[in-house]
Structures are given as C-alpha cells and as structure tokens.
Design a protein around this ligand. Structure first.
Ligand code: SAM
Length: 332
C-alpha cells in the first residue's frame, strides 16, 4: 500500500517530521518512496491507518491507485486501472484534481470520472456534494498521482479552536495545527505534560486525540483558564496544577511519557527577571521528567545539548516581524 500525504504548504518539513514521527512511534514497517514539495509518499506493508486521524499538518492522505505521466499515453493507461479494487457500484464517487488550472491537460476530473464510469459499465453513480468515496488526482511535475482519499483533515474543526475563539485567551498561544504536530512529533501514545500550560493550547490538541493531559503554570489564572478551555472542548482527562516548572518532579512525583511546551518569552508573557537562569533550571527539570521525547518552542535556538538533551532537530516558524518560533525536537 502506497500512501500519499499532501502536506501543509506553509510548514512542509515540520509536516513531514509529524508523519514520520507517527510512523516511527507506531513501529510500522514503512519506506519513504518519494518526498518532494508538498508530497510525501510512503510504502507501508501492514496497513493500520488509524493513526491518520491524529494528523495536524497534512491536508489529506491518498491510497495511491496509479501514478501516471500526463502525455499522449495517459488515456490508455487510465483505462487499465482496476477501479474495482478501490470503488464499488453500491457506493457513489467524486473525482477532484488538485492544480488542475494547468489547461494543457484538459479537464482531467472529467476524463478520470469517465474512465471510472466505463470500468463499471455506467452502473456506478457520481455524487458531487456528498460522495461515499473520493478519488483525488494531484498534478506534480508533469505527473498525476491518483488515489482514493482515506483521510482529510477537518479544517473547520481546527479553525474553531484558534486561540482567539477559546473562552480563556492569550495572543501568545500556538496555532492548533502546529500544536497537534508538536504532540505527534513527541511520539506520545498515552500522556503529555505541558509545564508552561498558559491557556492550554497544546493540551487541548493532546486531549482531543485521547491522551491524558497534565499541566503546570505558575499563575493561578492560567490554571483556571486552561481547565475552562479544556472543558469547553469536551476534554475531562486532565490534571492541571499551580506550580513552578523548575520543580516538575516535586509537583507530580513521577516522570511523563512526553513533554511538549512553548516556553515563556517575549513581552506578553510574565517571566522571571533572570530569564537565562530560569531557562536552565526549568529545562533541567524537564530533562529529568520525560521518558520518550520532548518538543520545546522558544523564540530562538537554544543549546539544549549543553544541559544534557540530545537535539534531534530544530524547525523555525516566522510568526510575525518580531517573532520567529524555534521548535526543538529533543531526546536523551
Ligand atoms: C508562552 S506561555 C505558554 C503558551 C501556551 N502554550 C498556550 O497555548 O497558551 C507561558 C506560560 O508560562 C507560565 N510560566 C512562566 N514561568 C513559569 C514557571 N517558572 N513555571 C511554570 N509556568 C510558568 C506563564 O504564567 C504563562 O502562562
């Protein structure tokens, strides 16, 4: 089974890291077949695709039916596709082609739909508004990757969770898609701790994919606000405590599978006068409190290796003119 992940264009490498981290953590056997632009194609031998519903930075995933060059051979090769392996006469279908504006290829949606109808001897029905199955073609560098859609990210749901729409709001909170990707990159299967919970933006995304959520914040209003926000999105499996991130082990008395956080920085966050000392103490406390992986956001690259972490990767995101966030992927 070859899966095509159509990655978010604004953060391609982070989106790719999210997919690969999920595949690695689920110990599936897989092989990257193609990775260019927004496309990531992965061959999976034993397909268990339940993990796809966790994705934050992938627009959709296709089970690839065929990969064709768009030239004079196209129609002939299209007619050889065994559509019966992917579609069913008892169900309806729709064909959608991405980047179809390239007029030189003609109306590829119609051409593919006709080929499907012909295969099923006109017995299969198209439904453009509410199809049971969707065939998507992605044109990229003169090729078209055709596949059956097996996952599509729910854009509306993510938009409903934007920071400004939550009951307890702070402008420093991270976009929910990015927060979701951070959690997936942490490879957590059971639980997440955010030691600077703020408004709970990271914990909301963790709770929605069924992880137990744990949080610490030094301010009582953030603890109350995080609980309000989590409840607002129907999340009840949380334990949020007032405390100092320098003392994670004292607060919870145990280590956590993964720690995902956006550390305090900038003018809108209340932080200690001696920021550098605070960072060293908090990050040392994080180092002794996680088992698997950490993802830590900061407004600059930080030498986590000097504290004892292993830096696996660093990704940067420009938020606005005066803020770029750096996400550090850390292990031991
Ligand atoms: C950058 S915000 C976290 C943003 C968060 N990811 C969100 O979605 O809202 C930083 C938070 O860290 C808290 N904080 C600052 N210093 C702390 C410390 N030493 N221990 C625990 N929390 C702290 C602040 O009260 C603030 O709520």
């Amino acid at each position: 089974m070859n899966l095509l992940f159509f990655l978010s264009g604004s953060s391609i490498s982070f989106a790719k890291e999210e997919v690969i981290s999920l595949l690695d953590s689920s110990s599936k056997k897989y092989e990257t077949v193609y990775a260019e632009g927004q496309l990531l194609i992965v061959k999976i031998s034993k397909p268990d695709i339940s993990f796809l519903s966790r994705l934050g930075l992938t627009h959709f995933v296709l089970d690839i039916v065929s990969d064709l060059v768009v030239d004079e051979t196209f129609n002939k090769l299209l007619s050889k596709i065994e559509w019966g392996l992917y579609l069913n006469v008892d169900r309806t279908f729709k064909v959608r082609v991405k980047n179809k504006d390239n007029k030189e290829y003609g109306n590829l949606e119609l051409i593919i739909a006709k080929s499907i109808s012909k295969y099923f001897e006109d017995k299969i029905k198209a439904d453009l508004t509410n199809p049971s199955d969707e065939i998507i073609g992605v044109i990229f560098k003169k090729r078209i990757f055709i596949g059956k859609k097996i996952f599509e990210r729910n854009k509306k749901d993510f938009n409903k969770r934007k920071p400004q729409l939550r009951p307890f709001f702070s402008p420093t909170s991270i976009d929910p898609r990015i927060a979701r990707a951070m959690i997936n990159i942490s490879q957590a299967q059971n639980e997440i701790l955010d030691p600077f919970t703020g408004t709970g933006g990271i914990l909301i995304e963790a709770g929605l994919i069924g992880l137990n959520t744990y949080g610490i914040d030094i301010e009582e209003k953030s603890v109350i606000g995080t609980k309000t926000n989590l409840s607002n999105y129907g999340i009840s499996n949380y334990d949020i405590r007032i405390g100092d991130a320098r003392k994670i082990f004292d607060i919870f008395g145990r280590r956590f599978e993964s720690i995902v956080t956006d550390a305090p920085y900038g003018r809108s966050t209340k932080i200690d006068k001696d920021k550098e000392k605070m960072y060293i103490d908090c990050f040392s406390s994080i180092l002794e409190s996680f088992k698997r992986r950490c993802v830590i956001g900061l407004d600059r690259e930080y030498p986590f290796d000097e504290i004892g972490f292993r830096i696996e990767n660093i990704y940067s995101f420009r938020v606005h003119k005066s803020l770029t966030r750096y996400f550090h992927i850390l292990s031991r």
